[in-house]
Design a protein around this ligand. Structure first.
Ligand code: TMP
Length: 212
C-alpha cells in the first residue's frame, strides 16, 4: 500500500466494547494489507506501562488532579518518542487504544480541569501531531457501567461516580461534533453484531477515503 501512514485512535467509556472493536479494526486493516502497529494509552512503552500502574492502581488514591494529568502526558511523551513517531516515520499505521481525547474527556470533563490547560500540554507534548481518524464508541453511561460491572476489581477510574462519566461522555460527544472530519461515532449501545456491522462500513469508508 502506498498511502501516507495513518494514526487511528479508538475512544469510549468503560463497557463500550473497545477491545472487541480494536480487534475487528486491526483484522480489517491487516486484511487490506496495511502494516500496522497496535498500542495503548496510558502505556505502550515499558515506562508508560509503569505509569499506567500508578494511574490505575489504588496505591495513590487521592493523587492531585494535576498529578494525574501530568502523568498521562508523561506517558504520552514517551509513547510518542519510542513508538508512535518512529512507526509513522517508517510508513506504518498506528492503531491506538485511547489518546488525548481521553484526557479531555476524563481529566477535562470528569475532573473539571480547564480544557485550555490540557490544550497547552497537548501542543507542548505533541507539537502538531494529532490522530487522523478517531472511532468514538458512544453509549449511555449506565449501560456501559452495567456491562463493565463485575469484570474485575474496579480500577481508580472505574470507581468514579456516574456524574464523572456523564461529563466524560458529554466531552467526547462535543469533541466529535466539533471535528466531524476526524471522528466516526459508533452507536455502541447496539448488540455486538450491530456494532461490528457499523464498524465494518466505517473502516471500509476510511480505506476508500485514503485510497490505494
Ligand atoms: P482502559 O485503557 O482499560 O480503558 O483504561 C484506561 C483508563 O484510563 C480509562 O479509565 C480512561 C483513563 N484515561 C484517562 O483518564 N486519561 C487519558 O488520557 C487516558 C489515555 C486514559
Amino acid at each position: 500500500m502506498t498511502q501516507i501512514a495513518r494514526f487511528i485512535t479508538v475512544e469510549g467509556l468503560e463497557g463500550a466494547g473497545k477491545t472487541t472493536v480494536l480487534n475487528a479494526i486491526e483484522a480489517q486493516l491487516r486484511t487490506a494489507g496495511i502494516d500496522l502497529v497496535t498500542t495503548r494509552e496510558p502505556g505502550g512503552t515499558p515506562l508508560g506501562e509503569e505509569v499506567r500502574a500508578l494511574l490505575l492502581g489504588h496505591k495513590h488514591d487521592g493523587m492531585a488532579d494535576d498529578t494525574e494529568l501530568l502523568l498521562m502526558f508523561a506517558a504520552r511523551a514517551e509513547h510518542l518518542h519510542r513508538v508512535i513517531r518512529p512507526a509513522l516515520a517508517a510508513g506504518r499505521w498506528v492503531l491506538c487504544d485511547r489518546f488525548t481525547d481521553a484526557t479531555y474527556a476524563y481529566q477535562g470533563g470528569g475532573r473539571g480541569i480547564d480544557m485550555a490547560r490540557i490544550a497547552t500540554l497537548e501542543d507542548f507534548v505533541q507539537g502538531d501531531l494529532r490522530p487522523h481518524h478517531t472511532f468514538l464508541l458512544d453509549l449511555p453511561v449506565r449501560q456501559g457501567l452495567d456491562r463493565a460491572a463485575g469484570r474485575s476489581e474496579p480500577d481508580r477510574f472505574e470507581k468514579q461516580r456516574e456524574a464523572f462519566f456523564d461529563a466524560a461522555r458529554a466531552t467526547y460527544r462535543a469533541r466529535a461534533e466539533s471535528e466531524p472530519g476526524r471522528f466516526r461515532v459508533i452507536d455502541a449501545s447496539q448488540d455486538l453484531d450491530g456494532v461490528l456491522a457499523q464498524l465494518k462500513t466505517s473502516v471500509a469508508a476510511l480505506l476508500a477515503e485514503v485510497g490505494p
